[in-house]
Every structure is written in C-alpha cells, then in structure tokens.
Write a new protein. Sequence first.
Length: 257
Amino acid sequence: MSNSDSAAQVQSVDRAISVLELLAQGEAGITEIAGELGVHKSTVSRLVSVLEARGLVEQLGERGKYAIGFGVVRLAGAATGRMDLTKLGQPVCQTLADSFGETVNIAVHDAGVAINITQARGSAAVSAVNWIGQRTPLHATSSGKVLLAYLPLDERRRLASLPLDSYTENTVVEASRLLSELEEVAKQGFAACFEELELGLHAVAVPVRGHRGEVVAAMSASGPSYRLSRQRVEEIVPAMVSAAGDLSAQLGYFASD
C-alpha cells in the first residue's frame, strides 16, 4: 500500500468519526453534514452508507435525515459497563472490607490476566499495596480462577495449557490439575487460593454477573494466612456471595429461583 493510499484511509476514518460526532449532537442530512465537514456530498454519502451498513447510523424515514444508530450503543456497552462496575462496586467492596477488616477487590479478565479495577481496605488490612490497575495471573489468584472457571471450555483449556509461572510451592501449574480445580470452582461458586501467589497470603473470590448472566468480574477478599484461615474463608463466603449478588442486580442481573 502506498503512502498516499494509507493517508487517504486515515482521512476517511477521521471523517467517519467526525460524522458520528456531528450526529451525536442531533439529526442531520447529507447536505448539512457535508457543509459542516467542508467536503462534497458524494463523500458524505459514501461514509454514511458504510456507517449505516454497520448499524452505527440510521436513516429516519425514506430519504430523511440521519441519526446515531444502536450499533454505537453496542460498542459503548463494554466501556460503560466497566465504568458502571467500578462505580457501583466501590461501596460494595468498602462495606465488605469494613465487615471483614481485610482488603476487597474487583477484577476483570483482560487478555489472559486479571486486572483489578476497584479496591477497598479494611481496618485490619496489613498491606498498603494499591492493586488497582495491577495485572495478576489467572491461575494463581482467587479472582483469576473465578474468571477462568466461567470461560467457554475451549478458551479455558487454551489458557490452562499455556506455560504457567510458579510463584510459590503451592502454585498450580499443571493444566489437568488446574482444569479439575476450575470445574469445582464453577460447581461451588467460589475460588480460594492459599499461598499460591505469595507466601502468607490467602484469598477467596466469587463471581459478579452482568445483565445477561455472564460472569463479568470477580470479587475477592484477601488477607494474611494467620487471620484469613481456611475456616475463616468458609465463614465469609456467604456474605461475599450475597454482596456479589447485590452488585450483579445493580448491573441488571437477577438470578431466577
């Protein structure tokens, strides 16, 4: 591809975005759009035709004006959903953190890792580490195991078959063992990690669901092994499940009886 062809494509993309930005302010016809952008009407017609085919704009009646299409809403859904999750999840995490005295996080799956998007620290939390934005391994964290457990089987198997780093002697790095554990996580509805990422660190996580019922995030509580014992983990799971259910409901998901 020549430099001139490449430049023309970039210009077309820029103009298409300008069309969307213009229509975001209100309905407009081809002539009006062309005047605003300072280009020929035939250029606008081609751009609008492509955008309409993708559902990003729609014509209001035959030979009428154009408006933003529902395709834009679909594209924005992922970003707004994550922002809603962060905003809505913070008070839920803080309530749990205050109750448990430990650190509570919400993490999402992104390109093979778990990324923490919300964090709250309880009064007894001993670590001042800010996990927000941190990328953590799926196979060695409770949040990661929850996110893995609810992936489609093919994707779960693919990720489990990749080389898995060992962080402590307790880290599960064998694919068959990890897959077996993930099946159990899906059955019981929570995942626990005992010194798999760091020595002396225990954690437990539960799923958070979006409006279609899909698992969109994991909510975890973590703390030192001497305080967040295996017994303590079992004791706090019901409260975490309940809190995750409340957050899921705020995201539009309501579990059927």
